[in-house]
Design a protein around this ligand. Structure first.
Ligand code: ARG
Length: 424
């Protein structure tokens, strides 16, 4: 440690767990002065102040703790919600949003501290390493990125040993059989028995939601109000963004809403079985999508659905800070100018179902849609419309042999009639 200051400062993303705790003396052994950055992204963690203190006790020269919840919601989660972003149509990207903001925080502290490098506790197999490193590079290509856990080749036993020798407190609680990651937008659970996709996730894999079968028999009906694509109130009560997501996580979680069990295509080439719990996210995305159906035009909705897929892929694949993402977000933001209104959602036994929606910007028109009194749709216009809309098909058929309209297996129960009419 005598040569500890030779390489300069490194900012380590510190969670308080064994891996990142052991990373402190390990980085010092490599000749760095260690500064830690602990991020509050709304994860279920021990006391954050204790975690910060732990870093200093182990040997960090400075330990920073940032409450990133608001920034994460406003700059990552809300843009994602506006894009209805779901990776492979299902995963609300909770872990994927936290890595770019953690990278941003690492670079922020690195600049404050005059550090030459940043470090993270990811292994070499996940995609969190990819996101953290690409995002760090995007914000400051001059910063070196170190991944101790990927590089040190220690087994769990070696690590415990190393910890003991370096005054790192070893966890007294049993290690979870899963690899877990969580924040305010949801929780990811992988590894262990989940690696066999035939296995049903054990009860212990879940933490934020009740089993839908055991959920209360009494549904909850809630109203979520959006302004320009962003949720601002629940049941008419304006809520701060953290409070709003927390409220929905608790409420929807109690109804078993937001469990996702999927096999996803990882960026690093293999498929992986994941169990997510995103009660608030699923409820909000469901409501937001519904509001778009009455406020966006058909062609915007169609173009947006392609862009939404792109948004999800860019986020998942670590391209948050990219020129394409900037352009995609600009498109999405433009579409959201009219997405204001209220959606009524029914939460019951694992489902969040839309019951009603209204907006001052609605382009749903009763007088055009109704089959009852007050119909203003011009029925006679249908004749010309069909003629022109169908013209290409008709022209094609006139030039080629048409498909024969026939059925081999339909049978035909035929009755003949008309004799009465003839007799009279
Ligand atoms: N598969 C998800 C993703 O890539 C979740 C990753 C969770 N990370 C973890 N260390 N368990 O976004």
């Amino acid at each position: 440690m005598s040569e500890g200051k030779k390489k300069g400062k490194v900012v380590l993303a510190y969670s308080g767990g064994l891996d990142t705790s052991v990373s402190i003396p390990w980085l010092m052994d490599q000749g760095y002065e260690v500064v830690t950055m602990t991020a509050d992204v709304g994860q279920q963690a021990d006391n954050m102040d204790e975690i910060n203190q732990r870093a200093v006790n182990i040997g960090a020269v400075t330990a920073h703790m940032l409450d990133l919840r608001r920034d994460m919601i406003e700059n990552f989660i809300w843009p994602g919600l506006k894009a209805n972003a779901l990776y492979e149509g299902v995963y609300p990207l909770c872990s994927a949003y936290s890595r770019p903001i953690i990278a941003q925080a690492l670079v922020y502290i690195a600049h404050k501290e005059g550090a030459v490098a940043v470090a993270h506790g990811c292994t070499g197999k996940g995609q969190d390493q990819v996101r953290l490193e690409i995002c760090t590079n995007a914000l400051d290509p001059a910063l070196e990125v170190i991944a101790p856990v990927r590089d040190w080749h220690m087994t769990r036993e070696d690590e415990m040993d190393y910890a003991q020798k370096h005054n790192v407190p070893v966890p007294t609680t049993v290690k979870s059989p899963y690899s877990l990651d969580d924040n305010i937008w949801g929780r990811a659970c992988e590894c262990g028995v989940l690696e066999d996709p035939w296995n049903k996730p054990p009860k212990g894999a879940y933490a934020l939601t009740v089993d839908p079968l055991e959920a209360t028999d009494k549904p909850s009906v809630i109203e979520i109000t959006f302004e320009k694509g962003i949720p601002v109130a629940v049941d008419g009560k304006s809520l701060d963004c953290i409070e709003l997501i927390d409220t929905l996580n608790k409420l929807a979680g109690a109804h078993g809403v937001g469990r996702i069990d999927m096999v996803e295509n990882r960026l690093v080439g293999f498929k992986s079985r994941e169990v997510y719990e995103c009660p608030g996210a699923v409820t909000l995305i469901t409501a937001h999508k519904a509001l778009e159906t009455i406020t966006l035009s058909k062609d915007v909705m169609r173009a947006k659905s392609d862009i939404e897929k792109k948004f999800a892929e860019l986020t998942y694949e670590g391209y948050w800070f990219s020129p394409l993402m900037e352009a995609v977000q600009a498109f999405v933001d433009k579409t959201q100018e009219v997405v204001s209104g209220t959606v009524r959602i029914h939460l019951y036994k694992g489902q969040a179902v839309v019951e009603g929606m209204k907006s001052k910007n609605a382009i749903y028109r009763y007088d055009l849609a109704t089959y009852s009194e007050g119909d203003n749709f011009d029925h006679s216009a249908a004749v010309g419309f069909i003629k022109v809309w169908g013209l290409p098909i008709k022209t094609w058929t006139q030039a080629h042999t048409p498909k024969e309209a026939t059925f081999e297996r339909a049978g035909d129960k035929k009755l003949t009639g008309g004799s009465c009419a003839k007799a009279s």
